[in-house]
Write a protein that binds this ligand. Structure first.
Ligand code: SF4
Length: 405
Protein backbone atom coordinates (compact mmCIF):
# COMPACT_ATOMS: atom_id res chain seq x y z
CA UNK A 1 0.00 0.00 0.00
CA UNK A 2 1.34 3.42 -0.85
CA UNK A 3 0.73 6.18 1.66
CA UNK A 4 0.76 9.87 0.84
CA UNK A 5 0.76 12.66 3.38
CA UNK A 6 -2.66 14.27 3.61
CA UNK A 7 -1.14 17.73 3.64
CA UNK A 8 -0.07 17.37 0.02
CA UNK A 9 -3.69 17.44 -1.05
CA UNK A 10 -4.12 20.99 0.13
CA UNK A 11 -0.88 22.24 -1.33
CA UNK A 12 -1.06 22.75 -5.07
CA UNK A 13 2.58 23.83 -5.06
CA UNK A 14 3.76 20.68 -3.43
CA UNK A 15 4.90 17.93 -5.73
CA UNK A 16 4.46 14.45 -4.35
CA UNK A 17 5.93 11.20 -5.58
CA UNK A 18 4.54 8.06 -4.03
CA UNK A 19 6.41 4.79 -4.10
CA UNK A 20 5.25 1.24 -3.93
CA UNK A 21 5.44 -0.27 -0.50
CA UNK A 22 8.32 -2.65 -0.94
CA UNK A 23 10.17 -3.47 2.21
CA UNK A 24 13.26 -5.28 1.00
CA UNK A 25 15.31 -7.26 3.46
CA UNK A 26 12.73 -6.91 6.20
CA UNK A 27 13.68 -10.24 7.67
CA UNK A 28 17.48 -9.88 7.53
CA UNK A 29 19.81 -7.89 9.81
CA UNK A 30 21.27 -4.76 8.26
CA UNK A 31 24.94 -3.90 7.91
CA UNK A 32 24.23 -0.15 7.87
CA UNK A 33 25.08 1.53 11.14
CA UNK A 34 27.51 -1.12 12.41
CA UNK A 35 30.95 -0.08 13.62
CA UNK A 36 33.95 -1.56 11.77
CA UNK A 37 34.40 -4.08 14.60
CA UNK A 38 30.74 -5.11 14.41
CA UNK A 39 31.04 -5.46 10.63
CA UNK A 40 34.00 -7.81 11.18
CA UNK A 41 32.00 -9.90 13.62
CA UNK A 42 29.06 -10.02 11.21
CA UNK A 43 31.41 -11.32 8.53
CA UNK A 44 32.57 -13.98 10.98
CA UNK A 45 29.02 -15.34 11.19
CA UNK A 46 29.08 -16.20 7.48
CA UNK A 47 32.46 -17.91 7.65
CA UNK A 48 34.90 -15.11 6.74
CA UNK A 49 38.20 -15.95 8.54
CA UNK A 50 39.07 -13.52 11.35
CA UNK A 51 42.31 -12.44 9.71
CA UNK A 52 40.28 -11.00 6.83
CA UNK A 53 37.75 -9.13 8.97
CA UNK A 54 39.56 -5.78 8.98
CA UNK A 55 40.21 -5.72 5.26
CA UNK A 56 36.71 -6.90 4.37
CA UNK A 57 35.10 -4.45 6.79
CA UNK A 58 37.04 -1.59 5.12
CA UNK A 59 35.84 -2.75 1.71
CA UNK A 60 32.25 -2.82 2.88
CA UNK A 61 32.62 0.58 4.58
CA UNK A 62 33.83 2.10 1.32
CA UNK A 63 30.99 0.63 -0.70
CA UNK A 64 28.35 1.63 1.83
CA UNK A 65 29.45 5.14 2.70
CA UNK A 66 31.67 6.42 -0.14
CA UNK A 67 30.01 4.79 -3.13
CA UNK A 68 26.56 4.62 -1.56
CA UNK A 69 25.58 1.22 -2.97
CA UNK A 70 22.45 -0.49 -1.69
CA UNK A 71 22.95 -3.86 -3.36
CA UNK A 72 25.77 -6.33 -2.68
CA UNK A 73 25.90 -7.15 -6.41
CA UNK A 74 27.45 -3.72 -7.04
CA UNK A 75 30.47 -4.47 -4.83
CA UNK A 76 32.63 -5.46 -7.75
CA UNK A 77 35.93 -5.99 -5.90
CA UNK A 78 34.38 -8.60 -3.62
CA UNK A 79 34.29 -12.19 -4.91
CA UNK A 80 30.93 -13.30 -6.26
CA UNK A 81 30.46 -16.17 -3.81
CA UNK A 82 31.09 -13.87 -0.83
CA UNK A 83 28.65 -11.30 -2.25
CA UNK A 84 26.09 -14.06 -2.50
CA UNK A 85 26.65 -15.14 1.10
CA UNK A 86 26.36 -11.52 2.24
CA UNK A 87 23.13 -11.16 0.33
CA UNK A 88 21.68 -14.32 1.86
CA UNK A 89 22.50 -13.27 5.42
CA UNK A 90 22.22 -9.46 5.49
CA UNK A 91 20.58 -6.46 3.92
CA UNK A 92 21.88 -3.03 2.95
CA UNK A 93 18.60 -1.94 1.39
CA UNK A 94 17.25 1.54 1.88
CA UNK A 95 13.95 2.20 3.63
CA UNK A 96 10.84 2.65 1.57
CA UNK A 97 10.14 6.18 0.34
CA UNK A 98 6.48 6.64 1.14
CA UNK A 99 6.39 10.13 -0.29
CA UNK A 100 8.65 12.86 -1.51
CA UNK A 101 7.35 16.42 -1.55
CA UNK A 102 9.15 19.28 -3.22
CA UNK A 103 8.41 22.85 -2.20
CA UNK A 104 8.39 25.76 -4.62
CA UNK A 105 11.58 26.94 -2.87
CA UNK A 106 13.35 23.63 -3.55
CA UNK A 107 13.00 22.26 -0.01
CA UNK A 108 12.29 18.53 -0.07
CA UNK A 109 10.51 16.51 2.54
CA UNK A 110 10.52 12.76 2.57
CA UNK A 111 8.41 10.35 4.54
CA UNK A 112 10.44 7.17 5.00
CA UNK A 113 9.11 3.87 6.22
CA UNK A 114 11.43 1.51 8.08
CA UNK A 115 10.57 -2.17 8.37
CA UNK A 116 9.78 -3.65 11.76
CA UNK A 117 12.80 -5.98 11.61
CA UNK A 118 11.36 -8.51 14.00
CA UNK A 119 10.04 -6.16 16.70
CA UNK A 120 7.10 -3.82 16.82
CA UNK A 121 5.61 -2.35 13.69
CA UNK A 122 7.13 -0.48 10.76
CA UNK A 123 7.65 3.19 11.57
CA UNK A 124 7.53 6.34 9.49
CA UNK A 125 9.87 9.27 9.81
CA UNK A 126 10.24 12.64 8.11
CA UNK A 127 13.50 14.11 6.82
CA UNK A 128 13.91 17.52 5.21
CA UNK A 129 16.49 18.85 2.73
CA UNK A 130 17.04 22.60 2.56
CA UNK A 131 19.15 23.84 -0.37
CA UNK A 132 20.85 27.22 -0.14
CA UNK A 133 23.60 28.97 -2.05
CA UNK A 134 26.79 27.02 -1.31
CA UNK A 135 25.26 24.53 1.10
CA UNK A 136 22.63 21.83 1.41
CA UNK A 137 21.34 21.05 4.90
CA UNK A 138 19.65 17.82 5.84
CA UNK A 139 17.38 17.93 8.88
CA UNK A 140 17.44 14.43 10.36
CA UNK A 141 15.04 12.82 12.84
CA UNK A 142 16.19 10.88 15.90
CA UNK A 143 12.89 9.50 17.22
CA UNK A 144 9.46 8.61 15.92
CA UNK A 145 7.34 11.20 17.70
CA UNK A 146 8.66 12.83 20.83
CA UNK A 147 8.21 12.37 24.57
CA UNK A 148 8.40 16.12 25.06
CA UNK A 149 5.49 18.40 24.45
CA UNK A 150 6.89 21.77 23.45
CA UNK A 151 3.68 23.67 22.89
CA UNK A 152 4.75 25.47 19.68
CA UNK A 153 5.92 22.25 17.99
CA UNK A 154 3.75 20.02 15.83
CA UNK A 155 5.95 16.95 16.44
CA UNK A 156 5.24 17.39 20.14
CA UNK A 157 1.60 16.50 19.47
CA UNK A 158 2.64 13.11 18.11
CA UNK A 159 3.03 10.45 20.76
CA UNK A 160 6.44 8.91 21.14
CA UNK A 161 6.58 5.59 19.27
CA UNK A 162 10.24 4.67 19.69
CA UNK A 163 13.86 5.70 19.31
CA UNK A 164 15.40 5.30 15.88
CA UNK A 165 18.35 2.95 15.56
CA UNK A 166 21.76 4.12 14.30
CA UNK A 167 20.90 2.42 10.99
CA UNK A 168 17.66 4.37 10.67
CA UNK A 169 19.36 7.68 11.46
CA UNK A 170 22.15 7.04 8.94
CA UNK A 171 19.75 5.73 6.32
CA UNK A 172 18.05 9.12 6.22
CA UNK A 173 21.37 10.61 5.07
CA UNK A 174 22.09 7.81 2.59
CA UNK A 175 18.69 7.85 0.93
CA UNK A 176 18.61 11.65 0.74
CA UNK A 177 21.96 11.51 -1.06
CA UNK A 178 20.52 8.82 -3.38
CA UNK A 179 17.54 10.99 -4.25
CA UNK A 180 19.68 14.06 -4.84
CA UNK A 181 22.32 12.21 -6.87
CA UNK A 182 25.00 13.06 -4.29
CA UNK A 183 27.01 9.85 -4.61
CA UNK A 184 29.77 9.37 -7.24
CA UNK A 185 28.44 8.69 -10.76
CA UNK A 186 24.85 9.48 -9.74
CA UNK A 187 22.63 11.94 -11.57
CA UNK A 188 20.85 14.81 -9.86
CA UNK A 189 17.15 14.93 -10.85
CA UNK A 190 16.48 17.46 -13.58
CA UNK A 191 15.35 20.83 -12.28
CA UNK A 192 16.33 20.07 -8.68
CA UNK A 193 17.34 23.12 -6.66
CA UNK A 194 20.73 22.22 -5.17
CA UNK A 195 24.03 24.02 -4.44
CA UNK A 196 25.69 24.92 -7.74
CA UNK A 197 28.94 23.13 -6.94
CA UNK A 198 30.47 20.64 -4.53
CA UNK A 199 28.58 18.20 -2.38
CA UNK A 200 24.81 18.49 -2.27
CA UNK A 201 24.41 17.47 1.37
CA UNK A 202 27.02 19.56 3.17
CA UNK A 203 25.45 19.96 6.60
CA UNK A 204 23.48 17.76 8.98
CA UNK A 205 21.23 19.12 11.68
CA UNK A 206 19.70 16.78 14.24
CA UNK A 207 16.58 18.93 14.42
CA UNK A 208 13.94 16.69 12.90
CA UNK A 209 11.49 14.67 14.93
CA UNK A 210 12.48 13.83 18.49
CA UNK A 211 14.91 14.84 21.22
CA UNK A 212 18.31 13.45 20.12
CA UNK A 213 19.76 13.42 23.64
CA UNK A 214 17.01 11.01 24.75
CA UNK A 215 18.46 8.62 22.16
CA UNK A 216 22.10 9.37 22.88
CA UNK A 217 23.76 6.05 22.04
CA UNK A 218 22.14 5.62 18.63
CA UNK A 219 22.64 9.27 17.70
CA UNK A 220 26.27 9.12 18.76
CA UNK A 221 26.92 5.95 16.76
CA UNK A 222 25.26 7.37 13.65
CA UNK A 223 27.05 10.72 13.83
CA UNK A 224 30.46 9.12 14.39
CA UNK A 225 29.89 7.02 11.27
CA UNK A 226 28.65 10.08 9.33
CA UNK A 227 31.79 12.01 10.26
CA UNK A 228 34.23 9.15 9.63
CA UNK A 229 36.87 10.46 7.21
CA UNK A 230 36.92 7.20 5.19
CA UNK A 231 33.18 7.21 4.66
CA UNK A 232 30.52 9.89 4.44
CA UNK A 233 33.17 12.26 5.75
CA UNK A 234 30.96 15.07 7.00
CA UNK A 235 32.95 17.53 9.10
CA UNK A 236 31.88 17.69 12.75
CA UNK A 237 31.80 21.46 12.27
CA UNK A 238 28.97 20.87 9.84
CA UNK A 239 26.96 18.58 12.10
CA UNK A 240 24.72 20.32 14.63
CA UNK A 241 22.78 18.56 17.34
CA UNK A 242 19.82 20.48 18.70
CA UNK A 243 18.49 19.76 22.17
CA UNK A 244 15.57 21.13 24.10
CA UNK A 245 17.83 21.05 27.16
CA UNK A 246 18.68 17.55 28.39
CA UNK A 247 21.32 19.01 30.69
CA UNK A 248 23.05 15.82 31.93
CA UNK A 249 23.90 14.77 28.34
CA UNK A 250 25.21 18.10 27.06
CA UNK A 251 28.83 17.71 28.19
CA UNK A 252 28.98 14.14 26.80
CA UNK A 253 27.74 15.42 23.47
CA UNK A 254 30.79 17.64 23.11
CA UNK A 255 33.17 15.12 24.61
CA UNK A 256 32.01 11.95 22.83
CA UNK A 257 30.52 13.24 19.57
CA UNK A 258 32.30 16.58 19.18
CA UNK A 259 29.64 18.16 17.00
CA UNK A 260 28.19 21.66 17.14
CA UNK A 261 25.44 22.32 19.66
CA UNK A 262 22.13 24.13 19.30
CA UNK A 263 19.72 24.86 22.14
CA UNK A 264 15.96 25.28 21.69
CA UNK A 265 15.71 28.17 24.11
CA UNK A 266 12.59 30.10 23.03
CA UNK A 267 12.04 31.90 26.34
CA UNK A 268 14.12 33.90 28.81
CA UNK A 269 11.98 33.44 31.93
CA UNK A 270 11.40 30.08 33.61
CA UNK A 271 7.63 30.63 33.99
CA UNK A 272 7.26 30.97 30.22
CA UNK A 273 9.84 28.35 29.27
CA UNK A 274 8.05 25.88 31.58
CA UNK A 275 5.10 26.25 29.20
CA UNK A 276 6.85 26.48 25.82
CA UNK A 277 9.55 23.86 26.50
CA UNK A 278 8.26 21.86 29.47
CA UNK A 279 11.56 20.04 30.00
CA UNK A 280 12.50 23.35 31.63
CA UNK A 281 10.64 22.18 34.75
CA UNK A 282 13.29 19.49 35.09
CA UNK A 283 16.34 21.58 34.13
CA UNK A 284 15.74 25.31 34.29
CA UNK A 285 17.33 28.09 32.28
CA UNK A 286 20.18 28.62 34.75
CA UNK A 287 21.12 24.93 34.80
CA UNK A 288 20.89 24.81 31.00
CA UNK A 289 23.12 27.83 30.46
CA UNK A 290 25.63 26.58 33.04
CA UNK A 291 25.88 23.34 31.04
CA UNK A 292 26.38 25.40 27.85
CA UNK A 293 29.27 27.29 29.45
CA UNK A 294 30.96 23.93 30.08
CA UNK A 295 30.51 22.67 26.50
CA UNK A 296 33.87 21.23 25.37
CA UNK A 297 35.80 23.22 22.78
CA UNK A 298 33.61 26.31 23.00
CA UNK A 299 35.25 29.32 21.34
CA UNK A 300 34.42 32.17 19.01
CA UNK A 301 34.99 29.76 16.16
CA UNK A 302 32.77 27.12 17.79
CA UNK A 303 29.68 28.90 19.05
CA UNK A 304 26.48 27.50 20.44
CA UNK A 305 23.37 28.34 18.43
CA UNK A 306 20.36 29.40 20.45
CA UNK A 307 17.07 28.84 18.65
CA UNK A 308 14.35 31.32 19.46
CA UNK A 309 10.92 30.96 17.86
CA UNK A 310 9.12 34.29 17.49
CA UNK A 311 5.62 34.04 18.98
CA UNK A 312 3.37 37.07 18.73
CA UNK A 313 2.77 38.68 22.11
CA UNK A 314 4.33 35.74 23.94
CA UNK A 315 8.13 36.03 23.90
CA UNK A 316 8.87 38.83 21.44
CA UNK A 317 9.10 42.05 23.48
CA UNK A 318 12.12 44.33 23.68
CA UNK A 319 12.46 43.32 27.30
CA UNK A 320 12.71 39.68 26.23
CA UNK A 321 15.47 40.62 23.79
CA UNK A 322 17.42 42.53 26.46
CA UNK A 323 17.07 39.65 28.91
CA UNK A 324 18.27 37.22 26.25
CA UNK A 325 21.41 39.28 25.77
CA UNK A 326 21.96 39.42 29.52
CA UNK A 327 21.53 35.67 29.96
CA UNK A 328 23.93 34.71 27.21
CA UNK A 329 26.72 36.99 28.41
CA UNK A 330 30.04 35.17 28.26
CA UNK A 331 28.80 32.30 26.07
CA UNK A 332 30.17 32.28 22.50
CA UNK A 333 26.78 32.22 20.85
CA UNK A 334 24.72 33.00 17.85
CA UNK A 335 20.98 33.41 17.99
CA UNK A 336 18.66 32.04 15.33
CA UNK A 337 15.36 33.86 15.28
CA UNK A 338 12.72 31.59 13.80
CA UNK A 339 9.47 33.11 12.57
CA UNK A 340 6.82 30.73 13.92
CA UNK A 341 5.55 28.28 11.32
CA UNK A 342 1.88 27.64 11.98
CA UNK A 343 0.32 24.18 11.89
CA UNK A 344 -3.31 23.03 12.13
CA UNK A 345 -4.63 23.31 15.65
CA UNK A 346 -2.04 25.67 17.11
CA UNK A 347 -3.07 28.74 19.10
CA UNK A 348 0.20 30.58 18.49
CA UNK A 349 0.79 33.21 15.84
CA UNK A 350 3.99 34.41 14.26
CA UNK A 351 5.28 37.80 15.46
CA UNK A 352 4.91 40.70 13.03
CA UNK A 353 7.89 41.25 10.80
CA UNK A 354 8.70 44.69 12.27
CA UNK A 355 8.68 43.16 15.77
CA UNK A 356 11.09 40.44 14.69
CA UNK A 357 13.40 43.04 13.15
CA UNK A 358 13.39 45.21 16.24
CA UNK A 359 14.12 42.16 18.41
CA UNK A 360 16.97 41.21 16.06
CA UNK A 361 18.38 44.76 16.22
CA UNK A 362 18.65 44.65 20.00
CA UNK A 363 20.41 41.31 19.90
CA UNK A 364 22.67 42.49 17.09
CA UNK A 365 23.65 45.67 18.85
CA UNK A 366 24.82 43.52 21.77
CA UNK A 367 27.29 41.87 19.40
CA UNK A 368 25.48 38.63 18.61
CA UNK A 369 24.84 37.43 15.09
CA UNK A 370 21.10 37.00 14.99
CA UNK A 371 19.97 35.87 11.57
CA UNK A 372 16.24 35.70 11.04
CA UNK A 373 15.70 32.28 9.55
CA UNK A 374 13.76 32.46 6.31
CA UNK A 375 10.88 30.02 6.57
CA UNK A 376 11.52 27.17 4.14
CA UNK A 377 9.17 24.57 2.76
CA UNK A 378 6.07 25.98 4.49
CA UNK A 379 3.89 24.85 1.58
CA UNK A 380 4.79 21.22 2.26
CA UNK A 381 4.82 21.53 6.07
CA UNK A 382 8.57 20.98 6.13
CA UNK A 383 9.45 24.08 8.14
CA UNK A 384 10.78 24.10 11.68
CA UNK A 385 8.44 22.54 14.22
CA UNK A 386 6.00 21.31 11.59
CA UNK A 387 7.10 17.69 11.22
CA UNK A 388 4.75 14.91 12.16
CA UNK A 389 4.61 11.42 10.68
CA UNK A 390 1.66 9.10 10.62
CA UNK A 391 3.22 6.62 13.03
CA UNK A 392 1.42 6.77 16.30
CA UNK A 393 1.79 4.25 19.05
CA UNK A 394 -1.10 1.80 19.04
CA UNK A 395 -3.40 2.07 22.01
CA UNK A 396 -3.09 -0.77 24.52
CA UNK A 397 -6.58 -2.01 23.61
CA UNK A 398 -5.65 -2.18 19.90
CA UNK A 399 -2.35 -3.93 20.64
CA UNK A 400 -4.15 -6.58 22.69
CA UNK A 401 -6.79 -7.03 20.00
CA UNK A 402 -4.06 -7.49 17.39
CA UNK A 403 -2.19 -10.01 19.56
CA UNK A 404 -5.39 -11.99 20.11
CA UNK A 405 -6.34 -12.14 16.42
S1 SF4 B 1 10.71 20.95 19.76
FE1 SF4 B 1 11.91 19.05 19.65
S2 SF4 B 1 11.89 18.29 21.77
FE2 SF4 B 1 10.20 19.80 21.65
S3 SF4 B 1 8.38 18.56 21.13
FE3 SF4 B 1 9.28 19.30 19.18
S4 SF4 B 1 10.59 17.57 18.51
FE4 SF4 B 1 10.18 17.28 20.72
Amino acid sequence: MAITLDIARDNPNAHTVSAEAVLPGEDKPTLIGLSREELGEALGTIGVPQKQWRMRASQLWHWLYVRGVSDFAQMTNIAKDLRQKLDEAFTIARPEIVSEQISVDGTRKWLFRFPARGAGRPVEVETVYIPEEGRGTLCVSSQVGCTLTCTFCHTGTQKMVRNLTAEEILSQILIARDRLGDFPHADTPQGAIVPSEGRLVTNIVMMGMGEPLYNFDNVKKALLIASDGDGLSLSKRRITLSTSGVVPEIFRTGEEIGCMLAISLHAVRDELRDVLVPINKKWNIKELLDACRQYPGLSNAKRITFEYVMLKGVNDSNQDALELVRLLKGIPAKINLIPFNPWPGTDYECSDWERIEEFADIVNRAGYASPIRTPRGRDIFAACGQLKSASERMRKKDREALAAS
